[in-house]
Ligand binder design. Sequence first.
Ligand code: SF4
Length: 392
Amino acid sequence: MKSKKTVGRKQTADTGRMADTEVTADTETVPDTELTDSIVGPLLAWYDRGRRILPWREEPTSYHVWLSEIMLQQTRVEAVKPYYDRFLRALPDVESLAAVEEEKLLKLWEGLGYYNRARNLKKAAQIVMEEHGGLMPETYEALLALPGIGSYTAGAIVSIAFGKAYPAVDGNVLRILARLRADGRDILDAKVKKAVEEELSGVMPKDRPGDFNQALMELGATVCIPNGAPKCESCPWGTICRARQEQRTAEFPKKAKKKPRSVEERTILVIQDADRVALRKRPDRGLLAGMYEFPSMEGHCKEREVASYLREIGLSPIRIKELPPAKHIFTHKEWHMIGYLVRVDELAGLEAGEETPPFVFVEPEETRSAYPIPSAFAAYAAQVEMGRKQGK
Ligand code: SF4
């Protein structure tokens, strides 16, 4: 007998967009493997007709493919392009990446978020220099052994840069195959990903593995899209897609319900004297490790609590002005922030608390050019120049 469980999201009738309504699904749905066999020809013909011109496709070396795929995790193609160009100008090869100072690396990554991706790039580049003579390894297994490279990225690099037939399966590929085959398995389940990798290994063309993987990525990014209704009328699989035939595209992919994100309330303090602003370095481990941030207090604090905290750390505020609230969403938590712009006579008296890392005092310009400040603080970083002007 088939069991049922509650998973996934449902399409709203009025807008066609995906809403967070739960739907029920058969958990024993088995994909149609014959259908999988017939996807290659139409997919490659569609890709050849209109593939997008992307900077990393022009000269698909292993370094270029690696860097672009790491940047594209969690970030849209259009947003990645300028970062990719800037990064390559500064660090054109594995050798320069292995040798870059961490602060310069994080500055180049600033705005892309998920900074461990950048740190892992550098760690992996150092291993390539030390253990592979400065040349990116050409085998799937050796790539998989490098920090930050999982099965998707290893598959992308060996197939696109070295022409080897390994699949590159990420959430996009799982989504479009789930729709194609009306596959009711939970795409967040690692066993399902593994099974799809094996299924695709069996059908991908040995003469064009890189194009096959890129065509799947392209289809997921432009036609069988994650948010909103898929554009089935433009899809190379429009006539064979099971979900489309059954008018059930909104039911796929199925996803087990995620744990809700935890919420942290914080009060951000943009503390300035006539010339400088106070920053402090975050700890070397954990969320946003090693980045710079504005001093902050836990919870949402009133102005008088801020004034008393400032006195505790050796400052006498001349003026405290409330700033607009801001929110930042990480994978597992949300920061709900309020903020104050604090004008002081002289920052030099500022002392770190017992458990607080030391402060640094920097020119406003340096908050943009030299100190990597996570985009979580963007709303408050924008106040720095304003605070100086108002103080003059
Ligand atoms: S026909 Fe529609 S739902 Fe099916 S794979 Fe194509 S875009 Fe996705």
